[in-house]
Design a binder for this molecule. Sequence first.
Ligand code: ZN
Length: 120
Amino acid sequence: MCGSDLRLNDYPFDLEAAHIKWHAYDGPDEVANGLALCGFHHNSFDRGVWVLKAQHSDLVVHVSDGLRGRSSAINLLRDFQDCPIYLPETNEYHPDQQYVRWHQDYFGFGNSLIEIPQEI
Ligand SMILES: [Zn+2]
């Protein structure tokens, strides 16, 4: 999401593999159920502070209206509102919509984030 490339010397320490659909809810260990995130964005994604939203061929960040805080850390989320995430070049590695929707539904974002075609 943020493209964190923090390293200590040559050791990257801030890149984590996140399940979209939690392992505890039978989310599989497969690339299509995963995101590469920094620790902060992983933690906030797992708590439903933000979800992914399909928009055309992109997946964009949708931050919860319930997000509160006065520190500058809040901008580490709000600055990404409606921004597309980086997707792998190979389509088979893109996040699967079933997992993205599970995550939306679990945190109550529900059908409001499903893209409505302009022409029905
Ligand atoms: Zn991040």
